[in-house]
Design a protein around this ligand. Structure first.
Ligand code: LLP
Length: 384
């Protein structure tokens, strides 16, 4: 039986030096169309999380659909602006924004800083004063909601380094309101990434509703509520679920979140925008027969896609140049680390030297997390 394969331009692939990232432009555009139509139903503002994939062509395509950008470094702010995201649609988060990065964001006049600590607020206020400008601030609040995801990518629990704790929010707001060069315009939350149990978002809505009630009693209604990113994708079945369920996602917030008159909901999806359109394409260098195992040794390694080594993440692997009956392999890279394994005991159509394998759902946190360890080349990328 032939194992199910995605639809790839195989002849074209054969002419390109491996390993490389392949982005399916049409799938990216279909995903963006759906995000647009589902979010505009409710007037929600979507800021693409640039950290997921900052490939310049990908950024340009996303910007052309009118999304804003969510950035976590000065370089991301710069890249977003160069790709065509309006500064007035850029939010800037991160626990360790440097003076240089804050100054850059202030000069561009970005929409808002998602601020995470009192010392950061002090510095933004000072630097804004020096420039004679006012900085828009949303407070990142840690809602202590369990996102039921991998512990490395859970961010909304009290033990995490991100944001202000709920109990401190009112005091912090007083500080911001008093600061001459800060303008408090919203609250920001992010509970984690690769969230597939959407009840975590219902829990988030309960926390936000409670906070809003509490603030309203003090006469505070802020114009913006940002619910962060995190919507998960289906890594097991990229062919059957190529686009995340944005309809259910946005409907959930519309149903559960009690927005006040004039408030805008913002969100920051990264993975769900770009993961499924990307694959890492790699060539089999050797098939090695061990005592108990067969190894498909490929020319991509953890330097090209670190997610399996770092998070034990699963990426579906397919042999797109073979239709011969399958066998079982450990698919491994060439890096001198025993964690350089993409997957163990994977069923693939029979593998021979020179075959092309694809690692699916690699459009998010793939190319952008590549490194030059072992002095390897950074992977190239093509969009077709
Ligand atoms: N907003 C904030 C404040 C974030 O920290 C993140 C991701 C996002 C939005 C976008 O989340 P997404 O929609 O992509 O889940 N490298 C890890 C993922 C780290 C996510 C960090 N924050 C991975 O490969 O799974």
């Amino acid at each position: 039986m032939e194992l199910l394969k995605g639809n790839f331009p195989i002849e074209k692939f054969k002419t390109i030096e491996t390993p490389f990232y392949y982005y399916d432009e049409s799938l990216l555009r279909q995903t963006l169309e759906i995000i647009k139509s589902e979010s505009t139903k409710y007037g929600y503002k979507v800021h693409y999380a640039v950290k997921a994939n900052a490939n310049a062509d990908i950024l340009r395509i996303i910007a052309s659909y009118g999304l804003g950008a969510d950035c976590v470094s000065g370089n991301e702010v710069q890249a977003a602006i160069e790709a065509g995201f309006p500064a007035s649609d850029i939010v800037f988060a991160g626990v360790g924004k440097t003076d240089k990065e804050i100054n850059l964001a202030l000069s561009h006049g970005i929409f808002c800083f998602n601020a995470e600590s009192l010392p950061e607020l002090e510095v933004i206020n000072e630097l804004a004063e020096k420039k004679g400008v006012t900085a828009n601030i949303a407070l990142r609040i840690n809602p202590n909601v369990d996102a039921h995801t991998h512990h490395y990518i859970t961010t909304g629990l009290n033990e995490n380094k991100f944001g202000f704790n709920l109990e401190d929010v009112e005091d912090v707001m007083d500080v911001v309101i008093k600061a001459k060069n800060l303008n408090l315009i919203g609250v920001h939350f992010h509970i984690g990434s690769q969230i597939t149990d959407l009840s975590s978002y219902e829990d988030l809505c309960v926390k936000i509703n409670d906070l809003q009630d509490q603030l309203e009693n003090k006469g505070i209604i802020l114009p913006n509520v940002n619910i962060g990113g995190g919507l998960g994708i289906n890594y097991e079945h990229p062919n059957h679920f190529p686009i995340a369920d944005f309809e259910t996602y946005f409907r959930l917030f519309n149903k559960n979140l009690h927005l006040r008159e004039g408030q805008t909901l913002h969100c920051e999806p990264g993975r769900s925008v770009v993961a499924q359109c990307g694959s890492l394409v790699t060539r089999v260098t050797y098939v090695k027969i061990g005592t108990t195992k067969k190894f498909a040794i490929v020319d991509a390694g953890m330097t090209d896609l670190i997610r399996p080594a770092l998070y034990e993440a699963y990426h579906r692997i397919e042999n797109i140049t073979s239709d011969e009956p399958g066998d079982t392999y450990d698919v491994v890279g060439p890096i001198c680390e025993s964690s350089d394994v993409f997957q163990k005991d994977v069923r693939l159509n029979k593998v021979r030297r020179g075959d092309l394998l694809v690692l699916r759902s690699a459009g998010a946190y793939g190319e952008i997390m590549a490194s030059r360890y072992n002095l390897r080349e950074l992977p190239k990328a093509i969009i077709l």
